[in-house]
Design a protein around this ligand. Structure first.
Ligand code: NAI
Length: 341
């Protein structure tokens, strides 16, 4: 019996992500919470012939504090894509004021209704909203750092796709052979691709500018989608795929399934809390960083030191740049919660 709750389930990401979760036979209960249209999405998905029982949860009024708790109660996995997306000209940081409050409140409810659940944060800016979630969980005395994940999988998905196109490899074959670490915004995103000898040789054969363009595209690929959607939001379908990919990784670990890839998925996690404080020190002190994580039973069992994957001076420098940006975002998230009663 596995219960998954999606908060923000009627949104651009929430709907296709909920559909993918409905297709996973391991999910027995799928709770879809949103402040709009939750019942409609749930009724629609409930007709798909897979085992998951789908229930929609829509608050009855602005003051309704019970419906969200009912949705979350007993969840093993909570996925949060609730909030506002970017419009052209906005950075992820511009979303902070609105999404910070949404994430704070949803996570506070999860802390009470399902303190044992793995929580996946998709709402941007991930670099800061995960720090908010951690601070809320700490305040409520139920912070298990091994179960709090910032979803950065879309950066890996993009890196695999763009690099595959560049070096003539099937992008799916690059899963586990390249790794994206750091954060989830602009130059905090660090693709590491030189540790696999075959890939390194193919990249070396490219003009230097092609590698630079690749890095830029991974870091700012989200802007391509925001621009193309022209005011209608940011990545939703590719994000739903990526969010599902990480959710499936958590679900597989709950079912003790083998991970068939050499380098596992990365996630933006609390380094000190997952037993990687020496890495935090080596990096210059960020509390959170996206690193490859090995999961067991829905939580981080161990992580890989990204420096073990770094092969070039450029990759090392990108990590240094990422840390600078992350320190600011993390302290913004933490002080947001500390400044509240
Ligand atoms: P959207 O606007 O289409 O959907 C958001 C949904 O959240 C809406 O249905 C809305 O009603 C709901 N919502 C708002 N406040 C809520 C609350 N308090 N409780 C429950 N639901 C609530 O936005 P979209 O495109 O689905 O994006 C959602 C978030 O995901 C944004 O913050 C966006 O920036 C982020 N995102 C993250 C990515 C990542 O790689 N981590 C990639 C792309 C987007």
């Amino acid at each position: 019996m596995t219960k998954v709750t999606v908060c923000g389930a009627a949104g651009g990401i929430g709907q296709p992500l909920s559909m993918l979760l409905k297709l996973n036979a391991q999910v027995s209960q799928l709770a879809l919470y949103d402040i709009v249209n939750a019942a409609g999405v749930a009724a629609d998905l409930s007709h798909i012939n897979t085992p998951a029982q789908v229930v929609g949860y829509l608050p009855k009024s602005k003051d309704d504090k019970d419906t969200i708790k009912e949705a979350l109660k007993g969840s093993d996995l909570v996925v949060i894509p609730a909030g506002v997306p970017r419009k052209p000209g906005m950075t992820r940081a511009d979303l902070f004021n609105i999404n910070a409050l949404i994430v704070r409140d949803l996570v506070a409810n999860a802390a009470q209704a399902c303190p044992q659940a793995a929580i996946l944060i998709i709402s941007n800016p991930v670099n800061a909203t995960v720090a908010i979630a951690a601070a809320v969980l700490k305040k409520l005395g139920v912070f298990n750092p091994r179960k709090l994940f910032g979803v950065t999988t879309l950066d890996s998905v993009r890196a695999e796709t763009f690099l595959g196109g560049l070096i003539g490899e099937d992008p799916a074959s690059l899963k586990g052979k390249i790794s994206v670490v750091g954060g989830h915004s602009g130059d905090t995103i660090v693709p590491l691709i030189h540790f696999d000898k075959t890939i390194a040789a193919k990249v070396k054969a490219l003009p230097e500018q092609a590698y630079k363009d690749f890095v830029h595209r991974v870091q700012f690929g989200g802007d391509e989608v925001v621009k193309a959607k022209n005011g209608a939001g940011s990545a939703t379908l590719s994000m739903a795929y990526a969010g599902y990919r990480f959710s499936e990784y958590v679900l597989n670990s709950l079912a003790n399934k083998e991970i068939p890839f050499s380098i596992p998925e990365s996630s933006y996690v609390h380094l000190l809390g997952i037993g990687a404080s020496s890495l935090s020190q080596k990096l210059g002190g960020p509390e959170f960083f996206s690193v490859p994580v090995i999961l067991r039973n829905g939580q981080v069992q161990s992580s890989l030191d990204p420096f073990s994957l770094v092969q070039t001076e450029q990759e090392k420098q990108m990590i240094e740049t990422a840390v600078k940006g992350l320190l600011t975002s993390i302290s913004q998230g933490t002080s947001f919660v500390e400044g509240l009663k």
